[in-house]
Ligand binder design. Structure first.
Ligand SMILES: NC(=O)C1=CN([C@@H]2O[C@H](COP(=O)(O)OP(=O)(O)OC[C@H]3O[C@@H](n4cnc5c(N)ncnc54)[C@H](OP(=O)(O)O)[C@@H]3O)[C@@H](O)[C@H]2O)C=CC1
Ligand SMILES: CC(=O)[C@@H](O)[C@H](O)COP(=O)(O)O
Ligand SMILES: [Mn+2]
Length: 401
């Protein structure tokens, strides 16, 4: 007996064409592992990196996409030369080329695995071209959630979450189309500094912040996890992905990162998705959707995790989570300001220029200083991002002087 109305999983007749933007990063390389393990189901139409030319070239040689984009234009010649004997792969450079490639017609789904605000314009181009989006780049929805979700509806494309919590919620919602959500509960690991006071957080180092207890991720998101800004960004991401009112999104700290998130329906029933902390599953689910593809990923055992624990998030010590909730409630361009200021602050922390707590100060002051817009256009978001980066950079310079 199978499920009612079920059909057996079948190989698609034509492989799905995947444009993988940010292919050299943590999500990008894991996505290529997923594709490699599913021969015949997927082909890679495009790959991109910002500066890691060696890995981008190696990936291009293996996957033979129609296009590769190197973000850093000074590295164009190096990539072009390395791929000179591969005429089927066009080499391009720069941010505009990335958006142009994201909108090419030789693609079915664009996996946005680049980090930061840089995800916004390629995602807009991909949606306008009618491509489904496998969204790892949460900053896109934080910056411009309303605009992106309107574009998604207008162009009739799918917005498939890759972020583990949002994938969990998405998986819980399959088959529940008739049933409104009462609330969602996003789980947070609490990061490496869970339980620390503000006085203790003032002393933590970059090296400590880069050691996430459960996940191996890129540097920016790892710092965001340590400061709980990651959870704040995910709250805003969830609001837009699932069409929720602000008060329908909650956060609970769950240090083991086994329950990836939960949905509560109007009858009080809670559904959760569980698994080991491994991004390959949400990446594969988004790319294979609606199919669950067989794989060899390690399996979860309850006996290895006899205790799954929960606690409240400390928004006094971890100011960023409260700031993100405030930005979500203000709406308009406030989340865009939050995001840009945070990107500047995290980069400064990673350069050892500011302390851990100063990151929240930069975000809070930027939110107070940059002009608020209630109904921003795409051009307004671009301008807000630039203005906030200028303000946040000035704040850092003043603090150093
Ligand atoms: N890592 C994870 O487990 C998870 C990540 N995410 C989200 O996925 C996204 C990617 O994260 P992650 O893989 O960890 O990040 P990484 O830093 O590991 O990788 C980022 C990728 O984006 C490229 N890149 C960097 N800057 C730019 C730019 N300005 N324009 C275009 N491309 C750029 C990098 O190229 P290069 O290598 O050349 O620098 C690299 O390919 C983020 O939005 C993150 O929040 C969400 C859930 C989990
Ligand atoms: C893997 C993933 O989705 C990350 O966003 C993860 O959620 C980070 O963990 P915390 O932010 O909960 O520490
Ligand atoms: Mn996440």
């Amino acid at each position: 007996m199978g499920y009612p109305n079920s059909t057996p999983p079948m190989l698609p007749e034509i492989p799905k064409r995947v444009a993988l933007l940010g292919s050299t990063g943590s999500i990008g390389t894991q996505a290529l592992d997923v594709l490699r393990a599913q021969p015949g189901r997927f082909v890679v139409s495009a790959l991109s990196a910002q500066s890691n030319t060696d890995l981008l070239v190696a990936q291009a040689r293996e996957f033979r996409p129609a296009a590769v984009v190197i973000g850093d234009e000074t590295k164009y010649a190096q990539v072009r030369e390395a791929l000179a004997n591969q005429p089927e792969t066009e080499v391009l450079a720069g941010a505009e080329a990335l958006a142009e490639v994201a909108g090419r017609p030789d693609t079915d789904v664009v996996l946005t695995a680049m980090v930061g605000y840089a995800g916004l314009l390629p995602t807009v181009a991909a949606i306008k071209a009618g491509h489904d989006i496998a969204l790892a780049n949460k900053e896109t929805l934080v910056v411009a959630g309303q605009l992106i979700t309107e574009l998604v509806r207008e162009h009739g494309v799918k917005l498939l979450p890759v972020d583990s919590e949002h994938s969990a919620i998405f998986q819980c919602l399959v088959g529940e189309e008739q049933n409104p959500i009462e609330k969602i509960i996003l789980t947070a690991s609490g990061g490496p500094f869970r339980g620390r006071s503000r006085a203790q957080l003032a002393q933590v180092t970059r090296a400590q912040a880069l050691k996430h207890p459960n996940w191996d991720m890129g540097a920016k998101i790892t710092i965001d996890s340590a400061s709980l800004m990651n959870k704040g960004l995910e709250v805003i991401e969830a609001k837009w992905l699932f069409g929720l009112r602000n008060e329908q999104v909650e956060v609970i700290v769950h240090p083991q990162s086994i329950i990836h998130s939960l949905v509560q329906f109007e009858d009080g029933s809670l559904k959760a998705q569980l698994g080991l902390p491994d991004m390959k599953l949400p990446i594969q689910y988004a790319l294979g959707y609606p199919q669950r593809l067989p794989n060899e990923f390690p399996r979860f055992s309850f006996l290895d995790y006899p205790q799954l624990t929960f606690e409240a998030a400390d928004t006094t010590a971890f100011r960023n989570l409260g700031l993100a909730f405030e930005a979500m409630r203000r709406g308009g361009n406030a989340p865009c300001i939050l995001n840009a200021a945070n990107e500047i602050a995290v980069a400064a922390f990673l350069r050892d220029e500011i302390g851990f707590l100063q990151m929240s100060e930069v975000v809070e002051t930027s939110l107070a200083r940059v002009s608020y817009l209630a109904a921003p256009t795409l051009a307004d978001y671009v301008a807000t991002d630039q203005e906030t980066r200028r303000v946040a950079t000035e704040l850092l310079q003043t603090a150093r002087a």
